[in-house]
Design a protein around this ligand. Structure first.
Ligand code: NAD
Length: 264
């Protein structure tokens, strides 16, 4: 792995699992000092910290237990990252949850939680991190949005609303930093093989009375023309590229990595 992020510092929300952990691992392998965040069983958090720590050269990776649905905790997490890492060059807003239900039955509390975690946390983290990036005259903000930031699907009202909001916020931040060496971009993955997406297969199989393999192929991945999962490592490499050499001209983009979903 090229050490393209040597000397850089990064905070990645929701990095105890899935895409966030994959991004953290690749950024650490590329030389960045990385702070993790997210929930999980103590053993899972310890394993995530240890694996990213090994990639950083030993010891456990720094970790914040902030609940990103709470603005105060987001601000404290950014301050902690700046203090612990010495600066904050790269902010990856990745924490997210999903809930699937027809809108008539969609619980209000789930709507509020998805808007807070998947969208508003990005606003609070960017607001807190940007002054330091401006002061050091370099920064990378990556919002992990979704194909559902660009297109709808039934039964995902809160998720689709939040992810469209993230894509819009990305454009605004990009315009506000456009004359500086800071960029803000959104990554829009299709279905990625992680616990969040895999959890949707069982209920689909039960609903349609088919096997999990058939539910995956014929129902979940039906919008993804490649008919295969996107892998965590593929999303991680896109995030890494956005922080590496030659990436400065890409700003305000919503970059699809979805097996052709947006082309259909
Ligand atoms: P995941 O469930 O594996 O990981 C989600 C992470 O967010 C975990 O570390 C979890 O602890 C953390 N998290 C959840 N609520 C939190 C909170 N309140 N405060 C702090 N951390 C919290 O899911 P994933 O698939 O890796 O998803 C990561 C991001 O990618 C999400 O924003 C998701 O919407 C997006 N995404 C996922 C897919 C997919 O198919 N997996 C596709 C497109 C976009």
């Amino acid at each position: 792995m090229d050490r393209t992020l040597e000397g850089r510092t990064a905070l990645i929300t929701g990095s105890t699992s899935g895409i966030g952990h994959g991004i953290a691992l690749l950024m650490a392998q590329a030389g960045a000092k990385v702070m993790l965040n997210g929930f999980g069983k103590p053993g899972e958090i310890a394993a995530a910290r240890a694996s990213v720590g090994v990639a950083m050269g030993g010891g456990d990776a720094p970790y914040s237990d902030a609940d990103v649905s709470k603005p105060d905790e987001v601000r404290a997490m950014v301050a902690d990252a700046q203090k612990t890492l010495g600066s904050l060059d790269i902010l990856v807003n990745n924490a997210g949850i999903q809930y699937v239900s027809p809108i008539e039955d969609f619980p209000d509390a789930k709507w509020d939680a998805i808007i807070a975690i998947n969208m508003s946390s990005n606003f609070h983290a960017i607001k807190a991190a940007l002054p330091g990036m401006r002061a050091r005259n370099w920064g990378r903000i990556i919002n992990v949005a979704s194909a559902h930031g660009l297109a709808g699907s039934p039964f995902k009202s809160a998720y689709v609303a939040a992810k469209h909001g993230v894509v819009g916020m990305t454009k605004v931040v990009a315009l506000e930093v456009a004359t500086t060496p800071i960029t803000c971009n959104a990554i829009c993955p299709g279905f990625v093989r992680t616990p969040l997406a895999e959890a949707q297969v069982g209920p689909l199989a039960a609903k349609h009375g088919v096997s999990e393999d058939a539910a995956l192929r014929d129902h979940l991945l039906v919008k993804q023309p490649s008919r295969r999962w996107i892998e965590v490592d593929e999303v991680g490499r896109m995030a890494l590229w956005l922080c590496g050499p030659g990436s400065g001209g890409v700003n305000g983009a919503a970059l699809s990595i979805d097996g052709g979903w947006m082309a259909a």
